[in-house]
Design a protein around this ligand. Structure first.
Ligand code: IMP
Length: 192
């Protein structure tokens, strides 16, 4: 069995990677290595944070390690909250409230936004590979749907549905993270 460690303890992300890789792979997570200290995401780019986490896990576990960093970029806010998406306000609900408040006077055609995900695969010997995935949409005026996490309830796709109205499989097929994972697949399959 081939092994890779995903530098995250988010069960949804681990499941998504396991489903993409299929049989023959053991996907370990941060939860399997409680002795590894939390990696502080203090870089000013998605690339910097993903690489910092992947590098730390590859060195500490002596396994190939994968890490992601992602966020929401809103055009009317000049790309904010961006790399600070998780820290834009204290709770998930407050983050959405703040976003809707900041956009309250912005008309529908100007509410365009995208999710971005950067994945980094790092080897214990120091090789690194980055892939990026994006997902285009717009910020709605109210929450809709009950699936997903983060900004999903207000992220409206070109179909008119919010990300929160999609099943896990539907989201994975078009999400920023799904695109970045699939772009990384050839690299992962070459890991020995
Ligand atoms: P992380 O990459 O898991 O640390 O995510 C950073 C932050 O970006 C999250 O806390 C969310 O606020 C936001 N985010 C990233 N991906 C998504 C998504 O698929 N849906 C909704 N919010 C997301």
């Amino acid at each position: 069995m081939r092994q890779v460690v995903f530098a995250s303890s988010n069960a949804g992300k681990i499941k998504e990677l396991q489903a993409l890789l299929g049989e023959g792979w053991v996907v370990k997570s941060a939860a399997d290595f409680p002795q590894i200290p939390e990696v502080i995401e203090d870089a000013d780019s998605f690339e910097g944070n993903a690489a910092k986490k992947a590098r730390a896990f590859a060195q500490a576990t002596v396994l190939w390690a994968l890490a992601d960093d992602s966020g929401l970029l809103v055009d009317a806010l000049e790309g904010r909250p961006g790399v600070y998406s998780a820290r834009y306000a204290p709770t998930e609900s407050e983050r959405i409230d703040k976003l809707l408040a900041e956009l309250k006077d912005v008309a529908a055609p100007l509410r365009t936004a995208r999710f971005k995900c950067v994945l980094c695969l790092a080897s214990p010997s120091g090789k690194e590979r980055l892939t990026t995935g994006t997902c285009e949409g717009a910020i709605g005026f109210e929450r809709k749907g009950s699936h997903g996490f983060g900004y999903d309830p207000v992220f409206v796709l070109p179909s008119g549905k919010t990300m929160s109205e999609l099943s896990r499989e539907e989201k994975s097929a078009l999400s920023h993270r799904g695109h970045a994972f699939r772009a990384m697949l050839p690299e992962l399959l070459s890991v020995r």
